[in-house]
Design a protein around this ligand. Structure first.
Ligand code: GRF
Length: 188
């Protein structure tokens, strides 16, 4: 299963995936490329340290569809079979989603369909929920939307702050994304 990972920032989910591919926890797989839309994304360094090819494709005033077309060409050139969004902070164009229909997955730090969009952990915290978590799902044309692959619940503890809750969710994100990809790789 040839993976391409899209990032915009820190890249901790990407690093967890790369490490799990290298260790064989995600079997018979390869990370062909990590693509960032931000030149200064910390994830680029993490990918480089792990020996994964990185490419920066910035939007630079082009339309969303033009930008996405370049990203799609790069992914196709490298034979990517499954696109993993890992903190990729741009909504993908309908053209891109259709081009790679059923071949894009994302992780979101809430139990979707609750709390899509930015700051999902804070949204859940502010709403006072007792349980939140993370969701790995196929990507469709809507934001943080599409068929669920795997979810993991994370309880909100009495003394939690947004930061401590987010950190516990992030730990589960890494484990959940790896497990979801392990399942997909086994069925590949
Ligand atoms: C994660 O919380 C992910 O669920 C969300 O953006 C964050 C990215 O973190 N989509 P990282 O770049 O993987 O560290």
């Amino acid at each position: 299963m040839k993976l391409g990972i899209l990032v915009s920032g820190r890249g901790s989910n990407m690093a967890a995936i790369v490490d799990a591919v290298k260790s064989g926890e995600i079997p018979a797989s390869e990370v062909a490329v990590v693509i960032s839309d931000k030149r200064d994304a910390a994830g680029l360094e993490k990918a480089g340290e792990r020996g994964v090819d990185t490419v920066v494709i910035e939007r630079r005033g082009r339309t969303r569809a033009e930008h996405d077309a370049d990203i799609g060409d790069e992914l196709e050139k490298r034979g990517v079979e499954l696109i993993c969004l890992a903190g990729y902070m741009r909504l993908l164009s309908p053209e891109f989603v259709r081009r790679f229909a059923g071949k894009i997955v994302n992780i979101h730090p809430s139990l979707l369909p609750a709390f899509p969009g930015l700051d999902a952990q804070k949204q859940a915290f502010d709403a006072g929920v007792k349980v939140t978590g993370c969701t790995v799902h196929y990507v469709d044309e809507l934001l943080d939307h599409g068929p669920t692959i795997l979810k993991c619940e994370v309880p909100r503890l009495e003394d939690d702050t947004v930061e401590t809750l987010s950190a516990r969710i992030l730990d589960q994100e890494h484990a959940t994304y790896i497990e979801a990809l392990r399942q997909l790789a086994n069925e590949w």
